[in-house]
Every structure is written in structure tokens, then in C-alpha cells.
Design a protein around this ligand. Sequence first.
Ligand code: IMP
Ligand code: MG
Length: 181
Amino acid sequence: MAEKIRVLISEDEIGRRLDEMAKQINADYAGREIRLLCILKGSVFVTCELAKRLTVPVTMDFLTCSSYEDGTVSNGDVKCPMGLSQPLKEKHVLVVEDIIDSGKTLSYLLEKLGEEHPASLKLCTLLDKPFRREKEVHVDYVGFQLKENAFVVGFGLDIAQKYRNLPYVGVVDKCPENVQA
Ligand code: IMP
Ligand code: MG
């Protein structure tokens, strides 16, 4: 079946919201340096776009973390195979996520990162599906709360590794092959 992507949040809307979030983060972290922690692969776009808007000093690190295989439902088996390149001890760590769904990935990851004794540990996400939460997670900065229970793609988010490069956030609508998409 062919797939058609319906735009949910446009590139402009994302840019404007990231401007607002960065303004808040710059104020909250005034006089401090942020260690931005990008959760690969999904949050690579939001991490870079946010980083470009930050005026406080920033260092960056990258971590692979996932609880999905190639499907659309978390299997709860969180895997974080790639280690950090620099220690987090006494750093002001801001974890950047693409989307928080069940909360399983982040509740596991935040507990692990807390064991590294950062000076502070906060969480920023572009998208949030609070109605899907199975594990409680405190989110400090949220771009957009999704209202509909749809699987979204674009701006780093994928379905079976596809559509990460879309500059907007969209919903995949399946449509029959013979219908003009
Ligand atoms: P959680 O552990 O269920 O909160 O899953 C969080 C991760 O699942 C995110 O970092 C995404 O990689 C992925 N995910 C959750 N919902 C979606 C979606 O709607 N589209 C694409 N990826 C998603
Ligand atoms: Mg992710």
C-alpha cells in the first residue's frame, strides 16, 4: 500500500517553537555551560537546530538509545549500546529527545545518566504524547504536545528508518496504490 504524508507541524512552526524554547533555555542556564546530549538517531535534527539557537556555552555528546525494532510500538527492551565520549560528572546535562511516548526509554536513560553524577539533569523534547505514558518522566521543555494518537515522522523521526529527512513533522496515511497520492 502506498504511503502519503500529511503535514502535522510545518517547518516554520517548528522553527518558531525552537526559537521560544531556546530563549527559555538561554535564560534558565545563564552563566552556566550546557552539555547537550543527543539521543540518536531521532533527535539529531532537533539537537542541531536547538544548539544553533543557544547563546550560552554548549558542548555536545551523542548516545544511541532505542526501545523499538523496526515497528511502531516500544518493546520495552531499552538498548543504549554506544557509550558517552566524555564524562558527565558535574556537567549541566540537557538531554534532547525527538518524542516521548511510553516514557520507557527516557525513564531508563535518566536513571542511568543520574548515576554519572551530573551537576544537573534536564530533559527537552520536540514532541510529547503524554496520553501514551506508561512510565512517569519529568519533561522540562516540550515543543509540542500531540493530541492525536498517530505515529509521526519527519524532522528526525522515522518509520522503519524512512522519512527522517522531512523538514516537517507529518503523519503517515496509508492509501491504496491505485489512488493518486
Ligand atoms: P518511548 O520509550 O515509548 O517513550 O519511546 C521513545 C522513542 O520512540 C522516541 O525517541 C522515538 O524514537 C520513538 N517513537 C515514539 N513515538 C514515535 C512516533 O510517533 N514516530 C516515530 N518515532 C516514535
Ligand atoms: Mg528517539
